[in-house]
Design a protein around this ligand. Structure first.
Ligand code: SF4
Ligand code: SF4
Length: 134
């Protein structure tokens, strides 16, 4: 009989997010670029490039802001494509069903039920207790 038949669901775990386990990200936030939403990541890079160029051209904040707004639709058309995108019904960008803040949930393993790393949202982490992450 499969092992996970005996496991309680992990939905109450602090690392659980819509069926996925975010433990690795919570242990090392931002460390693995593969965990980031590719669309947000690419747009962030384009924005950084743009800021650098605007700085080199000594544009004022207002000029840079107007220029970015004017260019954004074309940049979005070029960089906003994702083969895994699934439309959601939110007001947040990229309004994708797989997005959780700036992360892509598809990058994370499915939670197969409560494991030894299960922790309630309000419980002290092992980092709190002994200096290591939970
Ligand atoms: S599936 Fe959604 S969250 Fe994941 S990279 Fe694509 S747009 Fe971003
Ligand atoms: S119960 Fe275990 S596998 Fe499931 S989300 Fe929590 S830490 Fe991850």
């Amino acid at each position: 009989m499969p092992d996970n038949l005996f496991r309680l669901p992990g939905v109450d775990c602090r690392h659980f997010c819509r069926g996925r386990c975010l433990l690795a990200e919570h242990r090392n936030p931002g460390l693995n670029p593969e965990n980031a939403c590719r669309v947000i990541d690419r747009l962030g890079r384009r924005f950084d490039d743009f800021l650098e160029r605007a700085d080199n051209l000594s544009l004022s904040e207002e000029q840079a802001s107007r220029l970015w707004e004017a260019r954004f639709p074309a940049i979005l058309a070029r960089e906003g494509d994702c083969r895994d995108y699934l439309p959601d019904d939110t007001n947040s960008f990229p309004d994708c069903r797989h997005a959780a803040d700036t992360l892509c949930l598809l990058a994370f393993p499915r939670c197969a039920g409560r494991c030894s790393h299960f922790a309630r949202p309000d419980s002290a982490t092992e980092r709190d207790k002994d200096g290591s992450a939970s």
